[in-house]
Design a protein around this ligand. Structure first.
Ligand code: UT7
Length: 319
């Protein structure tokens, strides 16, 4: 058995931050941001937290799936911005939706987090321990973004996306890589809201990123891992209906399209509106695609993620 996405949901806060708004905060402009990243707007939390956004996206996904909350066996939330260390965000979600039979955990694999959570759920389903799972990516990145650093603050946004996944017949083949030796390329030390408030006092840092190194890493490793997973699945790249990629930067996506020589129409994007929402970006995109009626039976899909760790991976899906 493998896991099929049977329901999706997403949530972003109401508060829109435009490139124009950012140009009043740091020395930047709409033209530079659009050309270098493809981003026009991003959503920033005011009253929301990682948990509240996770819950709002989960409620919509559960509603879409029609799965009874009592039949959910596992909830995994991928996030690098949990509200508190314990309990995990997944426990808040469980309590809210009444999924009392679910085992719950959070994982942190930065922007690769949702894909890693998806692959974990596939493993549990394949070994028969889980029949229905809820996988969520939720991020409150604005809480750890330095809005005086123009090379960083233009990229990130907040939001959450959720998928209900149920056991069925099909093929899912996955690959995941991590390279801890390159971890310094993307770092964030503060973890809890209390830390965030006391950040200056404790000399804790915001997200620090060597943008060019991340760029080089992504444009090399993502095409490689997509080729690797397709080789493992014994499927030609032309057969793929959609490539669902982490929305880090439109230029990275354009590079990947070019390097793989694939049709750009098969690589949907929404980074223009949401920015880079880390672990939330892939489920936000999946929800949009689902609601636009893009998914049909017997399609061949690839999901690819990459980010801090460094970590990167891909799943081939045929259900
Ligand atoms: O999910 C994974 C997370 N991260 C990523 O995906 C990020 C990947 N990297 C990137 O997206 C890009 O590296 C950035 C968008 C972050 C930066 O773009 P870049 O083309 O690598 O710019 P750069 O850092 O090389 O800077 C080029 C110039 C510099 O000026 P000088 O030294 O050439 O005069 C920067 O100071 O652009 C300047 N600059 C800006 N100018 C206007 C940097 N940020 C800005 C800005 N507005 N916001």
């Amino acid at each position: 058995m493998v896991g099929k996405i049977v329901g999706t949901g997403s949530y972003v806060p109401d508060n829109v931050l435009t490139n124009e708004d950012l140009s009043k905060m740091v020395d930047t402009n709409d033209e530079w941001i659009l050309e270098r990243t493809g981003i026009k707007t991003r959503y920033i939390t005011e009253d929301d937290t990682t948990s509240s956004m996770a819950i709002k996206s989960a409620v919509k996904a559960m509603d879409d799936s029609k799965v009874d909350p009592m039949d959910i066996d596992m909830i995994i939330v991928a996030t690098l911005t949990p509200d508190v260390l314990v309990p995990s965000v997944s426990c808040y979600v469980q309590a809210h939706i009444g999924a009392r039979n679910a085992q719950c955990m959070d994982i942190n694999s930065a922007c690769t987090g949702f894909l890693m959570a998806y692959q974990i759920v596939q493993s549990y389903i394949q070994c028969g321990t889980v029949r229905n799972a809820l996988v969520i990516g939720s991020e409150n990145l604005s809480a750890i973004t330095d809005f005086t650093d123009r090379s960083n603050c233009i990229i990130f946004g907040d939001g959450a996306g959720a998928c209900v996944i149920s056991a069925t017949e099909g093929r899912v083949i996955s690959i995941m890589h991590t390279d801890g030796e390159r971890g310094k390329v993307l770092e964030a030390e503060s973890r809890t809201p209390k830390d965030w408030m006391e950040r200056e006092k404790k000399k804790l840092t915001y997200i620090r990123m060597d943008g060019q190194e991340v760029f080089k890493f992504a444009t090399k490793e993502v095409p490689n891992v997509i080729n690797e997973v397709l080789e493992k699945a014994k499927v030609n790249i032309e057969e793929i209906d959609y490539f669902i990629l982490h929305q880090a930067n439109k230029r990275i996506i354009d590079f990947i399209v070019k390097r793989l020589k694939i049709d750009a129409d098969k690589v949907p994007t929404n980074i223009e509106r949401f920015g880079n929402t880390s672990a939330a970006s892939i489920p936000l995109l999946i929800d949009e695609m689902n609601r636009a009626g893009k998914f049909k039976d017997a399609q061949k899909l690839v999901i690819a993620g990459f980010g801090g760790g460094l970590s990167w991976g891909a799943s081939y899906i045929e259900i």
